[in-house]
Design a protein around this ligand. Structure first.
Ligand code: GLA
Length: 393
């Protein structure tokens, strides 16, 4: 997929000439460690991918909005109007709800949008794989709106915040800031060490020596019945409320593991809420340690922390699933694998592993063949590198 294909399609369906069409790209992301910490005021460590969503946009002279995706050609053009954007919280909607949510957010934040837009997009991130195709679409829409209407005070960090705001308040998914932040702020060959409490961030060079990041797509997506993501958020909020009666903290990200051990019984010994909070607190500390390890070129340690992250997400946070656990187990059996874990929101999607380059073929063979044998599904493998954030192309 590339921007030429999008531009060509844009002109085919909407007509006109290339001249007044602007083109952009926003990447997806893979999170290396720091999972389900972003809405707990903790740290995350994602990097932007070179895969993402390409888009073409042109200002209209009326207030209509038109959306077309080359990934959903059969759906045709979705239409709406700047005057009819309505949040529909928590229901699954057509894909254009993501860009609509961002346009709506600009208006909510006081930006006057005088004219509608024609938009065409195409992405090369597999949908629902946990690599943030939706966040990339949101950040892409943000840059389109900023650029088209000249909202120069809107920073790239704002593009991330507006994307999250739209997702939370227009679409009702209570996501944190990680995905949109990585898409907006990514840097080639670096991962982003972000403190979600303060939004302070730092770039860490992804120096993996003779190893690479390998993503494996399980191709399973368990339905989020009863919205388990939002449930996890609520459980963590409950833990925080209880802890606050005893400790001076504003988020679980403020808590040390010693403090957790001292006060954990307040949550009920072995309770669900205790396990959720344990993950949030320990995962945050693991993330901080992992970044130090990477900076000290200690990839073995980084990998151990990734493994511990997965085990905690599987056992305490319960956001993994059988297929993902199988991929992780198989990955860890291969010589030359430093660490392997689920990445993203969970309940399916992808794993991320750090693999020695000369072990990648063996990795694909071992993991791929046994996974297919046991599940009947052909996993997909992507050897990835970190790319830049949102930009004009
Ligand atoms: C999803 C959300 C993120 C983050 C991850 C889990 O990707 O969009 O904000 O919470 O899950 O780490």
């Amino acid at each position: 997929m590339d921007i030429k294909a999008v531009l060509k399609k844009f002109l085919e369906i909407y007509g006109g000439t290339e001249e007044d069409v602007k083109t952009f790209f926003a990447p997806g992301r893979v999170n290396l460690i720091g999972e389900h910490t972003d809405y707990n005021g903790g740290h995350v460590f994602p990097c932007a991918l070179t895969l993402g969503t390409y888009g073409a946009v042109r200002k209209r002279s009326d207030r209509r909005l038109r959306f077309f995706s080359l990934n959903f050609e059969k759906s045709g053009i979705y239409e709406n109007s700047l005057d009819e954007l309505e949040p529909v919280l928590g229901k699954s909607r057509r894909w254009s709800a993501y860009p609509e949510g961002v346009i709506w957010t600009f208006m909510q934040k006081g930006y006057e949008i005088p004219f509608g837009l024609d938009i065409a997009v195409a992405g090369d991130i597999p949908n629902g794989s946990g690599l943030s195709s939706s966040a990339s679409l949101e950040v892409l829409t943000g840059i389109m709106v900023r650029d088209t209407f000249g909202f120069e005070d809107v920073t790239d960090v704002d593009l991330a915040l507006f994307g999250q705001y739209g997702e939370n308040n227009y679409n009702g998914m209570q996501c944190g800031i990680m995905d949109q932040f990585a898409s907006a702020m990514g840097r080639k060959d670096h991962a982003i060490f972000l403190d979600t409490n303060t939004l302070k961030y730092d770039y860490a060079p992804l120096q993996l020596g003779s190893a690479s990041i390998v993503i494996v797509n399980s191709k399973v997506k368990h339905s989020l019945i009863g919205s388990p993501y939002n449930d996890r958020r609520n459980e963590c909020a409950k833990a925080l409320k209880t802890f606050k009666k005893a400790v001076d903290i504003n988020s679980l990200g403020d808590m040390s593991t010693d403090q957790f051990e001292t006060y954990k019984d307040l949550l009920g010994v072995g309770s669900v809420v205790e396990r959720r909070a344990r993950h949030a607190v320990y995962e945050n500390q693991r993330t901080i340690q992992a970044v130090s390890a990477l900076r000290a070129n200690d990839i073995a340690r980084f990998g151990q922390l990734m493994n511990a992250s997965h085990d905690s997400l599987r056992d305490d946070y319960e956001v993994s699933c059988e297929e993902i656990d199988l991929l992780v187990r198989l990955a860890r059996e291969v010589k030359g694998v430093y660490g392997s874990r689920i990445t993203g929101g969970g309940f399916g999607g992808c794993t991320v592993s750090i693999v020695e380059n000369d072990a990648i073929d063996a990795f694909k063979e071992h993991v791929g063949s046994i996974y297919t044998e046991k599940t009947g599904i052909e996993a997909e493998f992507y050897v990835v590198s970190a790319g830049d954030g949102v930009r004009a192309v």
